[in-house]
Structures are given as structure tokens and as C-alpha cells.
Design a binder for this molecule. Structure first.
Ligand SMILES: [Zn+2]
Length: 288
């Protein structure tokens, strides 16, 4: 029914605007949970890679915004939208979604608890969104300088990760399977920081060549080489990995200066390098 659809759109817009007030960038979604606006480039003979530089809507999560005027414009362009997506990985929250599925018949919540026991982290109190199919989304925040990739079933069957470039269906969205809503008592919570031990599980395994053990080459020379060999696009990730391993092996403080030198020769600024190494120190528990 058209009227019902219009109400669903109005409701979705209201929920999207209140999410944006919390600093969460949103896009309109259709009933199928896909971005409601199709790509303006879909009919181009040779589609150019565009993330919205053309100025038009329809670039999926790249359309996401916290600006109420832009959100209203997005929904006005997609009057069939009945939900909204929340972009992950963007400042200020750098949202990470832990998507616990039940459709596969696996108990993904139990799998997450088992991971927590094995890797010694506690799942914090945070926003939990209940999906119409009985699944749950845990909202966590990440550090600003770490890119968490999307993954499906990599941690355990039924556990998907929504990271940079991904989105979460926002609470209050209506899809063809039903309505998404927050779990009782969690709507007002701020998204909790991702536990460091869990964050390390979410980061991609290093690309080839694998980082050598910290001990090889003496005094972490292998780790310095690993950073030196980084291509643009993996510089920060490699530096982060190397610094984590250095701290885990007790040679972190000694390796700060060599790692900064190596990072600078790959094109990072000293400030960027220091921030990444400081993150690694924090995440490996070298707080004091
Ligand atoms: Zn474009």
C-alpha cells in the first residue's frame, strides 16, 4: 500500500536523522536492505570508478552523510526507501559491526563467546540491534588509524564483520523480513570500544611476504624490513602490524625510532607513524 510505504519512508527518515545526530553517517535503504538509490553510472558503456565525485547520488555507502539537509535530499530522491544504512569505519565513531547470524543454523553468539574465552576479551555493553531473522548486530568503535575490513565467516561461521566500506541496517528500518530494533536497554548506550584482542582478530592477515618473526635478523630488523617493503595503501597497516609484534615481543620501545624511520621512507609523515605506533602500544596493553 502506497500510504503505508510513505509512512515507512517517513519513519525511516526520522530514525536516520536521529542516528545522524549521534554522529552516524546514513544512506536510505530499500526493503531488500540494499542502497535505495541505484548507481547513476549503471548504464554507462564503460563505467568509470566513481565514489560520488560526479556530484550525483547513487554511490552506495559513499553517499552516507550526517548532514540533515543531505539526508533529507537522499530520502527525497528515494521515496521508496523504508530503511537506512549506517556507514561503518567513518569518523567520529569508526563503527565496527559484529553481525551474528542465525540463518546458517549455527549459534554465532556462542561462537563469539568462545572466541572471547580463547582470546581473553570481554564483550562490552554496547548497542545491540535485533534483526527480523533473529540475528544480532553488536556496535563497536575502532581506533581512527586502523582500517577494519569487511569479512564473512572468517572469525567463525555465522559471524560477519562490517568495517570500512560496509554498512549496518539501522534500528527502525523496515525490510521485507520485518523491522530492525534495538535490544532492550541498549538504545541509549554509546557504542563501546572494540576490545584490543578482538580488534586484532578483525585485522587482515598480512599480505605476502609474511612478516618475519620479531626475533629474526636481530633486534626486530625483520620487522623494519617488513615496513620498508610496504606499498602505498598498506603502509599504515604494515607499520601497525610490525609495531604490535614488536610490543608483543618486548622490543617495542627499542624499535620506535627504527620503525618511524622506515615508515617515513615509505612516505608516511613522522606524525602519522608515531600515531600508528602509539595505537599499537595501546592495543597490546603497553598503556603505562
Ligand atoms: Zn559518480
Amino acid at each position: 500500500m502506497a500510504t503505508t510505504d510513505r509512512q515507512a519512508t517517513t519513519l525511516a527518515l526520522a530514525h536516520a536523522l536521529s542516528a545522524a545526530e549521534r554522529g552516524l553517517a546514513v544512506i536510505p535503504l530499500s526493503r531488500t536492505k540494499l542502497p535505495a538509490l541505484r548507481s547513476p553510472h549503471r548504464l554507462d558503456p564503460v563505467p568509470l570508478p566513481c565514489h560520488g565525485e560526479c556530484g550525483r547520488f547513487g554511490h552506495g555507502v559513499y553517499d552516507a552523510s550526517t548532514d540533515p539537509a543531505r539526508i533529507r535530499a537522499l530520502f527525497a530522491a528515494a521515496p521508496w526507501a523504508t530503511g537506512y544504512g549506517i556507514a561503518c569505519g567513518l569518523p567520529p565513531h569508526h563503527l565496527i559491526g559484529i553481525d551474528l547470524d542465525t540463518k546458517t543454523g549455527t549459534d554465532s553468539s556462542a561462537a563469539l563467546r568462545e572466541l572471547a574465552l580463547r582470546h581473553l576479551f570481554t564483550i562490552p555493553d554496547t548497542v545491540v540491534v535485533l534483526t527480523p531473522s533473529g540475528g544480532r548486530h553488536l556496535w563497536l568503535t575502532g581506533p581512527p588509524d586502523v582500517v577494519v575490513p569487511n569479512s564473512a565467516g572468517r572469525l567463525a561461521p555465522g559471524i560477519d564483520i562490517r568495517g570500512a566500506g560496509g554498512y549496518l541496517v539501522g534500528p527502525g528500518s523496515r525490510t521485507e523480513h520485518g523491522v530492525y530494533g534495538t535490544a532492550p536497554g541498549t538504545a541509549g548506550l554509546p557504542p563501546a570500544p572494540c576490545p584490543p584482542a578482538l580488534l586484532r582478530l578483525l585485522l587482515p592477515p598480512p599480505r605476502t611476504p609474511a612478516p618475519p618473526p620479531a626475533s629474526s635478523g636481530g633486534h626486530g630488523q625483520g620487522l623494519v624490513q617488513f615496513v620498508l617493503a610496504a606499498h602505498e595503501g598498506q603502509r599504515n597497516t604494515r607499520l601497525f602490524w610490525a609495531a604490535c609484534r614488536a610490543y608483543e615481543n618486548g622490543i617495542g620501545p627499542d624499535l620506535v625510532a627504527p620503525l618511524i624511520d622506515a615508515a617515513r621512507s615509505t612516505g608516511l609523515t613522522e606524525r602519522e607513524a608515531r600515531a600508528t605506533i602509539a595505537s599499537a602500544a595501546r592495543l597490546t596493553g603497553q598503556r603505562r
